[in-house]
Design a protein around this ligand. Structure first.
Ligand code: DX5
Ligand code: ZN
Length: 226
């Protein structure tokens, strides 16, 4: 199965996001991953709908919002207005998950559910029917540049086996780099979020190329063109 690359702007230069977006788009980014943090669900604070609305004017690829917030419901309308294409909410933060996911879809966006590293995939037994994608966290959310948690690989394999929808997009977020991307694709990941391994490099285009080549070396893709 082919895979997509979603650079995470968390590690970009916030003083020149328009230029950063242009560079990763020129380098072949498939999506732009936007980490919305509220300082409560995670111990960090980033940006919200007004900044995202501004970014939407610079971006040509779909915007992929990852909500690390305790009150996801209040952001869904403003994110739709801002022009976001997909929204992942954390299962740990959404007690009324069906309502939240339905609201995302009703506003024309693709709903996804995110899981912290310690959260079991069994919590998705019902919700898988209501989502277009699952965002598997391979680090504890809140910061870029953390070390990849290797147990994520078996989690993805088990999630792929659990999904009756063969088209379920399994996104992986945290510690994706040229060493981890091959095993992640092999395990069944189809969207790879990468922050520091792209924006931590001087040449963002070369970084994306390296990730794409490393991912394509996965035995799961032999015979396919990516
Ligand atoms: C972390 C964020 C990630 C972050 C990943 O909470 O959800 O999207 O940008 O950063 P890297 O790729 O550096 O691990
Ligand atoms: Zn993220």
């Amino acid at each position: 199965m082919m895979f997509r690359l979603a650079p995470s702007l968390l590690s970009a230069d916030f003083a020149q996001l328009d230029r950063e977006i242009a560079e990763v788009e020129a380098g072949g980014a498939d999506l732009l991953h936007l980490d919305v943090m509220d300082g409560h669900f995670v111990p960090n604070l980033t940006f919200g709908p007004p900044v995202i609305a501004a970014l939407a004017h610079c971006a040509t690829v779909p915007l992929d919002a990852h909500l690390m917030v305790t009150d996801a419901d209040s952001l869904i309308g403003p994110l739709a207005e801002a022009g976001v294409a997909r929204v992942a909410v954390h299962v740990e933060a959404c007690p009324h998950l069906h309502r939240t996911l339905t609201a995302i879809r009703d506003l024309g966006m693709a709903p996804g559910v995110a899981l912290n590293p310690s959260t079991p995939i069994s919590l998705l037994e019902e919700a898988l029917a209501w989502v277009d994608f699952v965002l598997v966290m391979s680090v504890n959310p809140g910061f870029g540049g953390q070390r990849f948690i290797p147990e994520t690989l078996s989690k993805i394999t088990r999630l792929r086996a659990m999904a009756t929808n063969g088209h379920l997009d399994i996104s992986v977020d945290g510690g994706v780099d040229p060493d981890t991307i091959g095993p992640l694709v092999q395990a069944g990941a189809t969207t790879l979020v990468a922050g520091s391994s792209v924006f931590g490099q001087t040449d963002r285009g070369a970084a994306l190329k390296k990730l794409r080549e490393s991912g394509a070396e996965s035995p799961a893709l032999q015979g396919e063109t990516t």
